[in-house]
Design a protein around this ligand. Structure first.
Ligand SMILES: Cc1ncc(COP(=O)(O)O)c(C=O)c1O
Length: 375
């Protein structure tokens, strides 16, 4: 397998832990162990301290699988495979589902593993681009035009990183119709599920709409628990689950026991956690709107409908890597270049930052824009 460098993750590896302000993370502000144990109560704290640190089951503990299954409609825990982040879920799926010579259709722009893992296994990747200058949409006719006899799956990320776009119910229904009609898999990466700015935009999970869907999810994005490295895949297909579990024997075998223990508690208190994270993102979004409105000639953006990321456009004649590198080197504020999503003249901004830090990050970014002369 010849995997190309993961450009987004390499950018983070270079800067993330050195900068004063990371203004482009894609998750909620971090939750601490104490935050979770305080919500869960004294007995849970005691149990955590006395937890054995042995191996745990490859598919995940029964308790965690039940909690995850509860996020879907009428789904039994046996249809859940717990993984080391959604990253591992994607890796297992792409390797278990497809072979050399197949092709898959991937919504673009996309988080790189959603196409690169399959690409490295000899699968042809066909791009299904998000369209629209003022309002984003997916074109179902363009999708139909991409399907041929070797097509195996359509891959989407909903809510979407980096744009914050969410499919409408009508768009999702048409997509489900197409995958069912053509006998394809629908891989729906739903790590941002639940992070919605306008409740009517909330969509059912894809697995609740069609047995052809496979959903991925995680504790990282909605709850700020990336350090637990806990994610999952959900699919109503035992054969596929069993293949993924068998491949997992070679990747991570199982999660860390403390991670799954804390993940269970966090899911038991997910509404309280989500409410706080969403409030932070909304406050930052309002601040961002002011910032953008004050700079109409320099910046423009489509407000996100969900998730923790925004994908503004800048109107200077400079490539996005130079643009973002200048900011990090001069102001120690990190943005993510659009180039990592193959979209020049854009950058990704993250909303899951404490509001005081977000405000300061924008101030420094504003100074950078004022001081830079790209004309
Ligand atoms: C769309 C998307 N899917 C999956 C992941 C993987 O995250 P994790 O492995 O922490 O669950 C990310 C991380 O940024 C992402 O943005």
């Amino acid at each position: 397998m010849n995997l190309p460098p993961f450009t987004l993750e390499r950018w983070f590896a270079r800067y993330e832990f050195e900068v004063d302000i990371n203004l482009c993370a894609s998750c909620a502000p971090a939750t601490s162990t104490d935050d979770i144990l305080s919500l869960a109560g004294e007995q849970a704290r005691e149990d955590y301290l006395h937890l054995g640190l042995d191996y745990i089951p490859n598919p995940g503990t029964g308790e965690l699988r039940r909690q995850v299954a509860g996020l879907y409609h009428d789904l039994d825990e046996e249809y859940i495979q717990v993984t080391t982040g959604a990253s591992e879920a994607i890796f297992l799926l792409m390797n278990c589902l497809f072979s050399n010579g197949d092709n898959i259709i991937v919504q673009q722009p996309a988080y790189q593993s959603l196409y690169a893992v399959a690409g490295a296994a000899g699968v042809q990747i066909k791009a299904w681009p998000l369209q629209g200058e003022e309002k984003l949409y997916m074109d179902p006719d363009a999708l139909k035009g991409l399907i041929d006899s070797r097509t195996r799956a359509v891959v989407v990320n909903n809510p979407h990183n980096p744009t914050g776009y969410i499919m409408s119910r009508q768009e999702m229904d048409r997509l489900v119709e197409v995958v069912e009609h053509c006998g394809l898999w629908l891989i729906s990466d739903e790590v941002y599920r639940g992070i919605i700015y306008n409740p009517p935009d909330e969509l059912p999970a894809a697995i609740d709409l069609t047995p052809r869907a496979i959903c991925t999810g995680d504790m990282t994005k909605p709850y700020g628990l990336g350090g637990l490295r806990t994610g999952w895949l959900a699919v109503r297909d035992k054969q596929l689950l069993s293949a993924c579990g068998a491949m997992r024997d070679y990747t991570t075998m199982c999660n860390a026991a403390p991670a799954e223990f804390l993940a269970v508690l966090a899911l038991q208190h997910r509404r309280e956690l989500l409410e706080k994270k969403l409030a932070v993102a909304k406050e930052n979004l309002a601040r961002l709107a002011d910032f953008m409105n004050e700079r109409p000639g320099l910046l423009s953006y489509i407000p996100p409908r969900g998730g923790f990321t925004v994908f503004p456009r800048y109107h200077q004649p400079v490539d996005s890597t130079t643009f973002c590198r200048g900011l990090v080197e001069r102001k120690s504020v990190l943005l993510l270049p659009g180039a990592v999503f193959s979209r020049e003249n854009h950058f990704r901004l993250g909303l899951g930052v404490e509001p005081a830090v977000f405000r300061r990050g924008l101030e420094l970014f504003g100074d950078y824009l004022a001081e830079s002369d790209y004309s």
